[in-house]
Write a protein that binds this ligand. Structure first.
Ligand SMILES: Cc1cc2nc3c(=O)[nH]c(=O)nc-3n(C[C@H](O)[C@H](O)[C@H](O)COP(=O)(O)OP(=O)(O)OC[C@H]3O[C@@H](n4cnc5c(N)ncnc54)[C@H](O)[C@@H]3O)c2cc1C
Length: 480
């Protein structure tokens, strides 16, 4: 029996949820409070530049492809991906920059030059992950896990036993790698799933593994074309969209959500709701007095610069010699890393249409704490910008204010106020407040209402465009 399903939010998780709910035979209405879809992956046009102000490292295109296939469509009719080679340029303070080429063989060749002592360890690590990556496809990428007995799944157990589960991520990395370059490269990855390197979880190894094995990609037209393609598919399937429609409350009867209330006073009846708004934010709207500490977030500065900056690749990593201090600031003290590892994205390097002729579209990203009681992001923003500029300067790029067409800063305050992300965190609550001591993000199912589920970065399988795409599928399938 088709149901009227309301999806709250048109971020990547909400768009995927809408498609999957429609494919299950429901009537679907997406309510998005902004005037455009895409959430953190939305498009921004300014001063003749096309910005992707959120995601830029695009991995696992096969997970998007599966959605189009499920809808009996071909992804290539909607989206085209270009594989990046090199996938990253690395500047390590005091050393010559080097490029990491696409694929294992090229990477090993480069590591023989820059970190010869660690080549054997990298090979062993890739071989171990080759053996267990199928287990991830069959478990974490396949369905949500929220019952304690599901943890005893033989595939999950085999994954955990492939590593020393008593060791923290940092201890594992330090055991394998001696070179500062590889340690600095790996230390950052747990934060991309909302964990610190103190977590006893090897899952932070998966992103670099997929980058090396399955490539890093650029969607032609910019990252924004991914949510746009999903929205196009949803409309073709009969999903309805309303933008400028902010949901401010939920109504329930007999233990089920039966309506949502909009800011303009409108009441929309429904049989089920998928919330793409952060799970804690939604639970608080339902009256629960939750206030767990948040996980991590991003600080970004975007510049349009009236000259082509030399020495950049599509992705460039600036690593200070004192990188350990920066990670301790982030993971142990929850303050802005000083010195920060700065990730630079320069899309004009592969797609000249995103900047006026001869100009640079430069996006600097630093992993940072979310909204913490001890931080005032209104003052942190200026400090963060100065640290990013200092980092650029130390690697030889001096930006002259006279050549800057625009500057755009994002802090966790924006992700909270614009996207509804709890305390501006991209990953929901801090690891200790997630499932089973942080092994997994929160469940896609609401603990109280069987017809309310969640999609997006705050729930399983996690944040990032591929994971939120999967969360949308899980959320649609979990509706009761
Ligand atoms: C700087 C930055 C860099 C990143 N880099 C990468 C990367 O390289 N690779 C990668 O894969 N991922 C990256 N990410 C993460 C990725 O952007 C997110 O995980 C993903 O886009 C989040 O999708 P989501 O489904 O959680 O929804 P969000 O993007 O959070 O969108 C939620 C939507 O819901 C709407 N909404 C919220 N509340 C309401 C309400 N009450 N009523 C109506 N609408 C509402 C919001 O307006 C918004 O449109 C990055 C993110 C940032 C910010």
């Amino acid at each position: 029996m088709p149901k009227q399903v309301v999806v709250v939010g048109a971020g990547q998780g909400g768009l995927s949820a809408a498609i999957h709910a429609r494919l299950l035979g429901h009537d679907v209405l997406v309510l998005e409070r902004q005037d455009q879809i895409g959430g953190k992956a939305q498009a921004i046009e300014t001063h003749g530049y096309s910005l992707d102000p959120g995601p830029s490292i695009i991995i696992l295109p096969r997970l998007y492809e599966a959605v189009f296939r499920h809808a009996n469509r071909k992804m290539e009719d909607y989206l085209h991906f270009q594989r990046l080679d090199p996938f990253t340029r690395v500047y390590f303070e005091g050393s010559e920059p080097f490029d990491l080429p696409d694929g294992e063989a090229g990477c090993l060749e480069v590591l023989r030059q820059v970190a010869p002592q660690d080549v054997g360890s990298i090979q062993k690590l890739l071989a171990t992950l080759d053996r267990v990556s199928g287990l991830i496809d069959r478990t974490i990428f396949d369905r949500p896990f929220d019952k304690p007995w599901q943890l005893a799944h033989p595939d999950l157990t085999r994954f955990a036993l492939s590593f020393d589960v008593r060791a923290s991520f940092r201890e594992l990395v330090d055991r394998w790698f001696q070179s500062p370059v590889l340690r600095a490269f790996f230390y950052g990855f747990p934060s991309y799933s909302g964990q610190s390197y103190r977590a006893k979880s090897p899952s932070g190894l998966l992103i670099p593994y997929y980058m090396i094995r399955e490539g890093v990609w650029y969607p032609l037209g910019g990252v924004r074309v991914i949510p746009q393609a999903f929205a196009r598919l949803a409309v073709e399937l009969g999903v309805e969209f309303r933008t400028g429609a902010a949901v401010v409350g939920f109504e329930s009867r007999n233990g089920r959500i039966d309506a949502v209330r909009l800011q303009n006073g409108e009441r929309i009846e429904c049989d089920a709701v998928i919330s793409n708004q952060d799970r804690v934010t939604t639970r608080r709207m339902l009256g629960e007095k939750l206030s767990p500490p948040p996980s991590y977030s991003y600080f970004t500065v975007h510049w349009g610069i009236r000259r082509r900056l030399p020495g950049l690749s599509h992705h460039t990593l600036l690593v200070p010699r004192d990188y350990e201090k920066g990670f301790e600031a982030l993971y142990d003290h929850r303050v802005f890393p000083d010195p920060p590892i700065v990730y630079l994205n320069a899309t004009h390097e592969v797609d000249p249409s995103v900047a006026p002729d001869g100009c640079s579209n430069l996006f600097a990203v630093v992993t940072c704490p979310a909204i913490e009681d001890h931080l005032d992001w209104n003052t942190e923003a200026a400090k963060g910008r100065d640290r990013v500029l200092a980092s650029l300067r130390s690697f030889g790029w001096e930006l002259d204010p006279g050549e800057i067409d625009f500057e755009r800063i994002q802090t966790p305050l924006l992700f909270e106020s614009r996207d509804g992300s709890y305390r501006g965190s991209l990953y929901g609550p801090d690891e200790k407040f997630r499932l089973w001591g942080g092994i997994l993000p929160l469940s896609v199912r609401d603990p109280e209402y069987p017809n309310l589920t969640y999609a997006g970065g705050s729930v399983q399988p996690g944040s990032g465009l591929p994971m939120t795409t999967l969360s949308g599928k899980f959320a649609a399938e979990a509706l009761r």
